[in-house]
Design a protein around this ligand. Sequence first.
Ligand code: UGA
Length: 428
Amino acid sequence: MKLAIVGSGYVGLVTGTCFAEVGHQVICVDNDLKKVHQLQDGQIPIYEPGLEELVKKNVAAGRLSFTASIGDAVQQSLVIFIAVPTPPQPDGSVDLSFVEGVAREIAVHIKEYRIVVDKSTVPVKTGEKVAQTINRYNPGADIDVVSNPEFLREGSAVEDLMKPDRIVIGVSSERAVAPMKEIYQPFHAPILVTDLNSAELIKHAANSFLALKISYINAVAAICEASGANVERVADGMGADKRIGRAFLNAGVGYGGSCFPKDISAFIRISRELGYPFHLLEEVEKINANQKERFLKKVREALWILRNKKIGVLGLAFKGNTDDVRSSVAIEIVKQLLAEGAEVRAFDPKAMEKAESLVPGAKMVEKAEEVADGADALLVLTEWTDFKSLPWLAIKKRMLSPLLFDGRNLLNPEEMRSLGFTYTSIGR
Ligand code: UGA
């Protein structure tokens, strides 16, 4: 089927590429000409395992192309996906101006039946507004608006998209169902057809529930610390119950990224507007913010004064397997260390370039081991699997004092202690 994806950012690029991979004819649109040219040359602006090869393969096969022209894309494609950013605003609401702008642009080019699909994460009732906008700028346009939220995780986006747990299709008219099912048929996943508002809510409710699981286990971790229990054993025991599940029960310094913090705030905000203040989610946010503070308190308790202390940091991305530093808890912690006068040396396998301008006071080093040189303490802030196999004994020898704070429960406590580290983690 002929498809257009407007917005070649994270979601748009991965979605368009995977659609092409299963045989659809895909045009990806972006208003950033430089990015369009880069993509045409096979340069991928983000790090995502497996993406580069797939883009190159599908461009070469003639199934995937890039353009800056929405007009061409709308003319050539039956289904047009909107995958533009919906950034947070200071009051917790979402800036929908990109979605609105694209809806207007699409509107003026529609000449025959088109399905306009919202892929961006948006508050409930946005689809209705998109339909109204298109009708306002092109009265009588023959369209259906669909909500088709994405559930891909950064770092495993290609795999999540190619092997989805479920596909959610929210429609306002039966007519859009068959073409939407046809698009997803090659993915062999259960398809859930709902109304427009329910589909939009599924996305916010799912992300909020996952964040709730994380805050829940982080609160349990605090009780573990106070009582001498081990949060990992508790999570294993809870997670073995199929109704609960072990996923997203890993305690740590808290959740970050471009999705959870924004989506939870937006869900709280829209719920309040709709007359139901969602106090449970307000607590989820509070626990998450507090988690970072609790971690810093442990560092301060060990080092007393942070001024002029040398602190090594492993991990800057908001989680492993990505170069994304948006709303990264690691970056927030580094900022706080710098504000208290510490000297920070940091390493991340992929995120240093993007982190540099956010924490200009921190020195980025080329090899993980170098963060330990003369360090008073070492902090693990991102769950990169690579960190597990670092030469930890050699690292310890480079440090001034062997204080190791594992903010992601990545390392084995017994092993680290047997190497001579004074090892502290979360809830263990
Ligand atoms: C999240 C959702 O998992 C996706 O399903 C969703 O599609 C996406 O948001 C989105 O809305 O676009 P993502 O932000 O890529 O995906 O990352 P996650 O893997 O969910 O991790 C989010 C944060 O939670 C990270 O900071 C991670 O370190 C933290 N986390 C995750 C924990 O602290 N503990 C856990 O057990 C799991």
